[in-house]
Design a protein around this ligand. Sequence first.
Ligand SMILES: [Zn+2]
Length: 74
Amino acid sequence: MPIYEYECLKCGGKFEVRQAMGETGSGLSCPKCHAPNPKRLVSSFFRSGSSEDDVMGASCPTCSSGVCGLPPML
Ligand SMILES: [Zn+2]
């Protein structure tokens, strides 16, 4: 399940939310100031261009083979 990063439009705080594919995030609120409707940022999940199956396999988003030493971004 991908993790989406949100930015609070009120306090500027960023937080991550684990959501199923297709969920919109409506109804979310900032964990710090509880302001509604945070802005969804482009997540590493989408930047990597991986499919959901690739993420499920916990492959390294940087090198795709897990040999670069960086932990998988899950
Ligand atoms: Zn906030």
